[in-house]
Design a protein around this ligand. Structure first.
Ligand SMILES: Cc1ncc(COP(=O)(O)O)c(C=O)c1O
Length: 391
C-alpha cells in the first residue's frame, strides 16, 4: 500500500482505536501504580524478564500511546513523553553528557533552555560551546573528541533562523555525535528532522502538539535503543513524568495538528506580508518572506513556513505602545495556541540572557514575537495596525 499521508497518520495514529476495548479516544489511565498480582511477577517486571506496567513514572498506557503516535509522525522508531519541553531537553542532554564532556549548542535558543544549559551544566562539569551561526562549518570546526551531543532549534526562538538539519546531521553522523533538533516551532507536520538525518526530535508539546494552551508537556523521538536507555535512566530518575490527562490532551492535539498548522501558516504569511509593508515595522522576520535569509532552505526543509512571525520597532518604548494597544492579540509567553499570543522576548522569555549575549545573537529591545493563531487574519491585521498606529 502507498505510504499513508500525514493527515491520515495524525488522525488514526498507530491504530484508530484502543485495541482492547475499541474506544476511539485513548482512555486516560488515571492511576499512579499497577498491581503485578503476584510477588513473582513483580520481581520479573523489575528484573525486565517480563513486560508490563509498574508505576506511572516509568510508563503508563495513555502516555505510551502518545509516544507511539508522536514517533509515527516524526518517522522515528520510538518516542518518550515528559512533563515539559525543558524536562525532555534536560533528560536527553543529561543522558548524553557527564562531567568532563563537551556539548555543542546553538547560542540563540528559547530562553529557558539557555538558562538550563548556562546555569546548571557548567556546575556539573559539562563544558558547552555556543555557536552564534549554527552552520555545518561552525559545527565541524567546534567538534571535540569529548563532544557528546549537538543541540539546536529550527526555526529558532525567537529570531526564526533556519538551520540546515541535513548538513549538520551529516557532520554529527561522521563524528559519531548525536544531533538533537528542537522541532517545537515547526512541529512534525512541517519538518521531520529524523528523516533529514538527525538523531532526535525534541518538543515542547505545550505548543503546537497540544495546540490549545491548556497543558504543559514535552516529547522526545529517536532510535528505540536510545529511547529505552533514556527511559531507564534520566527519564525515570529525574522524575519528570507526563500526567496521563495531559497525554490525553496531546493525543487529541495531534489529530488536528496538520489542519491547525495549515491555518497557522496561512495566517502568519498574511500577517508577515502586512508587517513587511508597514513603515513602523522596521524589519520583519518570517521564513515565508523571500527577503528572509533562510527562505530557500526553509522551502526545502519545511512543508510550510510556520506560524511564528517576528518584527522590530525602534525600541522597548515603542514596543510597549504597540503591545498595550492590542485588543485581540494576547500578551503572553508560549506559542502554538489557537489564540494569537504576542510578546517582547528581551524583557520576558529571553530575560535570562545577559545583554551582551542578546546583542551577539541579534535580539534587540525592539523585537516583538507573534505566535499567529487561528483567528480571522483580517481581524488580526486590523488589531496590529491599530497597535502600530500608537507608535
Ligand atoms: C523552542 C522551545 N523549546 C522548548 C521550550 C520549553 O518547553 P516547556 O515550556 O514545555 O518546558 C520552549 C518553551 O517556550 C520553546 O519555545
Amino acid at each position: 500500500m502507498k505510504e499513508l499521508d500525514f493527515h491520515t497518520l495524525a488522525v488514526q495514529g498507530t491504530a484508530p482505536c484502543d485495541e482492547k476495548t475499541g474506544a476511539v479516544a485513548t482512555p486516560i489511565y488515571q492511576t499512579s501504580t499497577f498491581s503485578y498480582f503476584t510477588a513473582d511477577r513483580g520481581a520479573a517486571l523489575f528484573a525486565k524478564e517480563e513486560e508490563g506496567y509498574i508505576y506511572t513514572r516509568l510508563s503508563n498506557p495513555t502516555n505510551e500511546k502518545l509516544e507511539k503516535n508522536l514517533a509515527l509522525l516524526e518517522g522515528a522508531e520510538a518516542g518518550l513523553t515528559l512533563a515539559s519541553g525543558l524536562a525532555a531537553i534536560n533528560a536527553l542532554a543529561l543522558y548524553h553528557c557527564s562531567a568532563g564532556d563537551h556539548f555543542l549548542v546553538q547560542k540563540e535558543l528559547y530562553g529557558g533552555t539557555y538558562e538550563l544549559f548556562t546555569k546548571h551544566f557548567p556546575r556539573l562539569g559539562i563544558e558547552i560551546t555556543y555557536l552564534t551561526e549554527m552552520t555545518a562549518d561552525a559545527v565541524r570546526s567546534n567538534l571535540r573528541d569529548n563532544t557528546k551531543l549537538i543541540f539546536m532549534e529550527t526555526p529558532s526562538n525567537p529570531l526564526l533562523h533556519i538551520v540546515d538539519i541535513a548538513a549538520v546531521a551529516e557532520i554529527g553522523d561522521g563524528a559519531g555525535v548525536p544531533v538533537a533538533i528542537d522541532n517545537t516551532f515547526a512541529s512534525p507536520y512541517l519538518t521531520q528532522p529524523i528523516k533529514l538525518g538527525a538523531t532526535y526530535a525534541v518538543h515542547s508539546a505545550t505548543k503546537y502538539i497540544g495546540g490549545h494552551g491548556d497543558a504543559i508537556g514535552g516529547m522526545l523521538a529517536g532510535p528505540a535503543e536510545a529511547m529505552d536507555a533514556i527511559r531507564a535512566s534520566t527519564y525515570k530518575d529525574l522524575g519528570a513524568t507526563t500526567a496521563p490527562f495531559n497525554a490525553f490532551l496531546f493525543l487529541r492535539g495531534l489529530k488536528t495538528l496538520p489542519l491547525r498548522m495549515d491555518r497557522h501558516c496561512a495566517n502568519a504569511q498574511k500577517v508577515a506580508e502586512f508587517l513587511a509593508g508597514h513603515e513602523k515595522a522596521l524589519k520583519v522576520y518570517y521564513p515565508g518572506l523571500p527577503t528572509h535569509p533562510g527562505h530557500e532552505l526553509a522551502e526545502r526543509q519545511m512543508r510550510l513556513f510556520g506560524g511564528m512571525v517576528g518584527f522590530e520597532v525602534a525600541g522597548f518604548d515603542d514596543a510597549k505602545k504597540l503591545l498595550d494597544g492590542l485588543k485581540l492579540c494576547v500578551q503572553a509567553v508560549s506559542l502554538g495556541d489557537v489564540m494569537t499570543l504576542i510578546e517582547h522576548p528581551a524583557s520576558t522569555t529571553h530575560h535570562g540572557y545577559p545583554e551582551e549575549e542578546l546583542a551577539e545573537v541579534g535580539l534587540t529591545e525592539g523585537y516583538i514575537r507573534i505566535s499567529v493563531g487561528l483567528e480571522d487574519p483580517g481581524d488580526l491585521i486590523n488589531d496590529l495596525a491599530a497597535g502600530l498606529d500608537r507608535i
